[in-house]
Design a protein around this ligand. Structure first.
Ligand code: FAD
Length: 468
């Protein structure tokens, strides 16, 4: 059978764009459909606008901190609308770059929504990106599902419809004075920092004792302290019971109630309670593609679904939901299918960062994970970074190495403190390369930096082991 394309990619986000572009450079006839925004979540409603807003939220503190260095600076007032307009302008530029990159690689672009009619046929229909899009039917030998994910809604919470999620937070007409964040994952933590830094009164509700489940415990404790130091009120071990509109409040204020009866008034309830794969309306029933109960597309190690010739990459597979992972999965797949190239990436040492102020970042095993595999040596440093000896701000850095005793390899590196994400990229190379503590010890530091701490930790803080 003759197909219209060798490869059709559904979704022009991080994973889809990379997969399409690399496949086209290998000579394949490739098309991509994008229904909402080129560049996907990362560019439009994720990493990029989020980091710009984190940066915006830090200038007030910088102005205050400058006083300790002799400046007579004041934070002044923040213009939310100007920030949102500047962010949107930059995102518009990035959208155009994505379109150009794909076009230059010879990829055919469709600004429509795709759904399966059968395993090799897609129907394209109008979506938000181009409501005038002319529907059509397209066939392809191979199809990649790269449709990403979307924020989870909690319809079981009374009044959930009064809340917003991260998608809406990027386009609020004005900054709410009082924000209640529901969820202690990285998106909740980052937005708590953004709103607090811009001047909002922030409360955080999360289920666990500490925020950021899955991160190293020392970092989670340090983050809990940093959250408090930023004036954010945390409600750990707490569950939201419901939201209602306050009667007669002209500003549309809301009342939040926890299951233990505590309640308070707020202007905005922000749900950051997870994300779910975008599979609704994709027509997967017309194929042999299988999903988990939550809709996560099941794939093998080669990203192939249960339907031969249909692949899935990125957040829709819910493996590790990060942009560089989606990109790597897309690149590997395109190389393998059309370039005959076997490319390898270290998926077991994926570094991650949380852009709070101060940020935190990690690579490799937590202390607990390492101890489960065998005895581990823990090196821990906690100090006030030089900037804050003069700024007077109560801010600590925490740096930690987790070393497997049997091999002496550094299997985990964790940090909360300024520039942690920038440092962690280099640390990830060291951990992926399997370097030992001795390799760290013989590396000369850069002075005066916080980073030098990673190569000057001589005395073991403790040993970690799981009791037999
Ligand atoms: P996406 O980028 O979501 O792309 C999927 C695309 O498919 C979308 O554009 C969608 O419109 C389109 N689509 C869906 N269905 C169809 C259809 N039927 N037809 C046509 N098109 C369709 N990751 C990091 O690495 N670092 C960060 O700092 C970071 N911060 C984040 C902050 C927030 C608030 C959020 C929400 C996410 C963040 N992420 C971050 C995660 C990152 O954005 C995702 O992991 C990444 O975008 C996944 O890429 P993807 O290609 O799988 O999906």
């Amino acid at each position: 059978m003759a197909f219209d394309f060798d490869l059709f990619v559904i979704g022009g986000g991080s994973g889809g764009v990379r997969c399409a572009r690399i496949a086209a450079t290998h000579g394949a006839r490739v098309a991509v459909a994008e229904s909402r925004h080129w560049g996907g979540t990362c560019v439009n409603l994720g990493c990029v606008p989020k980091k710009m807003m984190v940066q915006a939220s830090e200038y007030g503190e910088h102005a205050l901190d400058g006083r300790g260095f002799g400046w007579s600076s004041e934070p002044g007032t923040h213009d939310w609308a100007r920030l949102i307009a500047a962010k949107d302008h930059e995102i518009g530029r990035l959208n155009a770059i994505y379109v150009r990159l794909l076009g230059n690689a010879g990829v055919t672009l469709f600004e429509g929504r795709a759904r399966f009619e059968d395993a090799h046929t897609l129907v394209l229909e109008p979506g938000p990106l181009d409501p005038e899009f002319e529907p059509r039917r397209i066939t392809a030998r191979r199809i990649v599902i790269a449709t990403g994910s979307t924020p989870v809604v909690q319809p079981h919470i009374e009044g959930y419809e009064f809340g917003i999620n991260s998608d809406q937070a990027f386009h609020l007409p004005e900054r709410p004075e009082r924000v209640t964040i529901v969820g202690g994952g990285y998106i909740g933590v980052e937005f708590a920092g953004i709103f607090a830094g811009l001047g909002s009164e922030v409360q955080m509700i999360f289920r666990q004792k500490l925020p950021l489940r899955g991160f190293d415990e020392d970092l989670r404790h340090a983050l809990a302290e940093a959250i408090e130091a930023r004036g954010i009120t945390a409600h750990p071990n707490s569950l939201l019971h419901g939201i209602r509109r306050l009667d007669g409040d002209q500003h549309g204020a809301l009342q939040v109630r926890l299951t233990d009866g505590r309640e308070w008034a707020t202007d905005c309830v922000f749900f950051a309670v997870g994300r779910m794969p975008n599979v609704a309306g994709l027509g997967l029933d017309a194929t042999g593609v299988r999903t988990t109960a939550e809709g996560r597309i099941l794939v093998d190690a080669g990203s192939e679904t249960h339907e031969p010739g249909i692949f899935a990459i990125g957040d829709v597979t819910n493996r590790v939901n990060l942009t560089p992972v989606a990109i790597a999965e897309g690149h590997i797949l395109a190389d393998r299918l059309f370039g005959g190239v076997t490319r390898e990436w270290s998926f077991d040492t994926i570094p991650k960062a949380v852009f709070f102020s101060p940020p935190l970042a990690s690579v490799g095993l937590t202390e607990h994970e390492a101890a489960e595999q065998g005895p581990a040596d823990i090196y821990l440093a906690r100090f006030t970074p030089m900037r804050h000896t003069l700024s007077g701000r109560k801010r600590h850095s925490v740096m930690k190495l987790v070393v497997d005793q049997a091999s002496s390899r550094v299997v985990g590196v964790h940090m909360l403190g300024e520039d942690a994400p920038e440092m962690m990229q280099g640390m990830a190379i060291a951990v992926s390369a399997g370097l030992t503590k001795a390799d760290f010890d013989r590396t000369i530091g850069i002075h005066p930096t916080s980073a030098e701490e990673f190569v000057t930790m001589r005395a073991r803080t403790r040993m970690a082991a799981v009791a037999e």
